[in-house]
Design a protein around this ligand. Sequence first.
Ligand SMILES: [Zn+2]
Length: 302
Amino acid sequence: MKLTRKDFLKSSALLTGGLILPGFKFYNPFQEQTYKFTTIRNNIGIFTERGGTIGWYATNDALVVIDSQYPETAKNLVDGLKQKTPRKIDLLFNTHHHGDHTSGNLFLKDYTNKIVAHENCKALQEKNYGGNPEKPQAYPTATFTNTWGEDAGDEKVVARYFGPAHTGGDSVVHFEKSNIAHMGDLVFNKTFPFIDPNGGGSIQQWAFTLEKIIKHFDSDTTFIFGHSIADEFLTGTKKDLTAMKNYLSALIDFVSKEIKNGKTKEEIAAASAIPGFEDLKERWQGARKMNIERAYDELSKS
Ligand SMILES: [Zn+2]
């Protein structure tokens, strides 16, 4: 017999006499699973739950994980990966230092001996989250300056630093054989990005860095994005990188024009849209205003 949700609620009410006893957690088979594994191709895919998209490559010969979300969600990641391979994690990579990409290191460190990141990523993680006993950290065990690479099973994993952008230490991690690249938060796909000047981020540099990345990859590369407006846009193509770069340029152009028009920061931040990007949606309330304010601050400094 197939129970509808209504039938189920009725029968569970009968079972419990309509009461949920204190401390009794009723198992609800209709509750949606909160996390999701999606395969892209060649044993490479993404894991989504809370925080930045995790990339994975899982075979009997190698297990690579890119970014770690939070300890609770990293546990779900490990449980799911156990269905794919009996291996421990050969390599955990952090694309940048933000907490929604590195907090899960603390859980994953018992499943791996190797955490790699750009040298600025490690320094920023130490600076921003270090010394807080309430937020214990697990740091990269190896860092690099320009390029880092390692063979893993059938894959060649190559990480590159292209310059300051979303933070001062963003890596692009490329699975070369399958031509899939994890962009970390270098792209917020179809939505307003988080801009972090205190973490070494810069809107103008970000556009410039994306330009370099666009030139580096070919039109067959599939990209994984840290965040997007909806799950179906967490992967994409060079077109999405170009759209992100164009948005950042449009943001700077708009704000600098308004400054020249004599407008105040408050007046500019009240704008209802960035010209050319009227349809861009917010992932959180106030994202567009924040983008404009950070652009204003950046332009006032230079
Ligand atoms: Zn980030």
